[in-house]
Design a protein around this ligand. Structure first.
Ligand SMILES: NC(=O)C1=CN([C@@H]2O[C@H](COP(=O)(O)OP(=O)(O)OC[C@H]3O[C@@H](n4cnc5c(N)ncnc54)[C@H](OP(=O)(O)O)[C@@H]3O)[C@@H](O)[C@H]2O)C=CC1
Ligand SMILES: Cc1cn([C@H]2C[C@H](O)[C@@H](COP(=O)(O)OP(=O)(O)O[C@H]3O[C@@H](C)C(=O)[C@@H](O)[C@H]3O)O2)c(=O)[nH]c1=O
Length: 291
């Protein structure tokens, strides 16, 4: 019988994986496991003896990665340690990666497929690509799912940030970038996609994001409109909203591999967002109002 272990089980995606896998999985998170610490990580896995490892753990604070080299210990060394254990114990490893491994310089609106050459432009993207390479360079039976612009009911994300800013300053205008394109992805559907990959024992690199694409501005407007919250978002260029990190302009992914196997779980991004609001909108609104 397979023993599935969700690492990072208290994070945004990990929480939804726990709910989607149900009794079939056990969860573990920092500090009970520290994937950056080789000895502690291997010891923990020796105790748990999983046959399937789903790695949802990562250092996800993109701007902080620019100045905090410890993101490399989690995002690059972490998957290397999991790979080492999986190789010695014949476990199946599912690792989650990101659209930010690409530079985002494809012509609009051409999507990136799994075979395209990654060339990240941020420290976060570079550290995540090193994690992918650690998995791919091993002989481990593994799947890498690259997702994008993740949101869910649990934890922090862009949607909750824009809702919080608006609720705390209802009359204020907020600039939101309208020249970065991507495929916003509900962590619950991604968890279902991961389960489908595990059940199929499918290996290789998978793009795993919603169908279609939008800008961050479109996403913020659509979310608050669906919640019925009035807003004053102003479209702006990346230059007009400076951050410490360069982000891809065209971050659109095509789920070519999953489609070729007939296991793609994603609908159009706006339908996914509607389903998210119907399932979790009330809870998210109450949570953000209470902040
Ligand atoms: N969020 C997004 O927009 C996107 C995310 N991804 C990828 O998806 C995956 C899931 O992201 P998401 O759920 O949003 O991330 P979260 O930041 O919500 O969750 C990450 C989890 O990993 C834990 N963690 C951090 N460091 C370690 C460590 N050294 N050892 C063990 N656990 C650790 C965190 O614990 P703690 O909170 O205590 O630090 C947290 O519970 C990641 O691989 C991420 O790179 C890809 C594209 C978009
Ligand atoms: C808060 C805010 C952000 N923005 C812009 C900045 C940026 O270009 C974009 C998104 O900002 P955030 O910092 O929320 O998102 P960011 O941390 O870049 O999100 C990324 O996270 C990692 C983990 C991933 O792997 C990526 O797929 C992606 O989801 O929105 C505005 O334009 N206005 C605002 O008020």
């Amino acid at each position: 019988m397979s023993r599935t272990l969700i690492i990072g089980c208290n994070g945004q995606l990990g929480t939804d994986c726990m709910s989607v896998f149900g009794d079939a999985a056990t969860g573990v998170d920092f500090p009970e496991i520290d994937i950056a610490n080789r000895f502690q990580c291997l010891e923990k896995l020796n105790g748990l003896q999983p046959s399937v490892i789903v790695n949802c753990a990562a250092y996800t604070a993109v701007d902080a990665c620019e100045t905090d080299p410890s993101c490399w210990a989690v995002n690059a060394d972490g998957p290397k340690h999991l790979t080492e254990w999986a190789a010695q114990n014949s476990a199946f490893l599912v690792h989650v990666s990101t659209d930010y491994v690409f530079p985002g310089n494809k012509p609009l609106f051409e999507a990136s497929v799994e075979e395209d050459k990654p060339d990240p432009i941020s420290e976060y993207g570079k550290s995540k690509l090193a994690g992918e390479r650690a998995v791919l360079d091993s002989n481990v039976k593994a799947a890498i799912l690259r997702t994008a612009w993740l949101y869910g009911a649990h934890g922090k994300n862009f949607l909750k940030t824009m809702l919080r800013l608006t609720l705390q300053n209802p009359d204020r205008e907020f600039k939101v970038v309208t020249d970065q394109y991507g495929s916003p992805t509900w962590s619950y559907t991604l968890a279902r996609q991961i389960k489908a990959v595990v059940e199929r024992e499918a290996t290789g690199v998978f793009h795993a994001s919603s169908e279609g694409y939008c800008t961050w501005y479109d996403l913020a407007c659509s979310f608050l409109d669906k919640l019925g919250v009035a807003h004053h978002f102003i479209p702006c260029s990346t230059d007009e909203f400076p951050t410490s990190t360069r982000r891809p302009a065209n971050s659109i992914l095509e789920n070519a591999h999953a489609k070729s196997l007939g296991i793609n779980c994603f609908e159009n991004w706006d339908e996914e967002l509607q389903a998210f609001v119907e399932k979790a909108g009330k809870k998210v609104l109450e949570e953000v109002k209470a902040l």
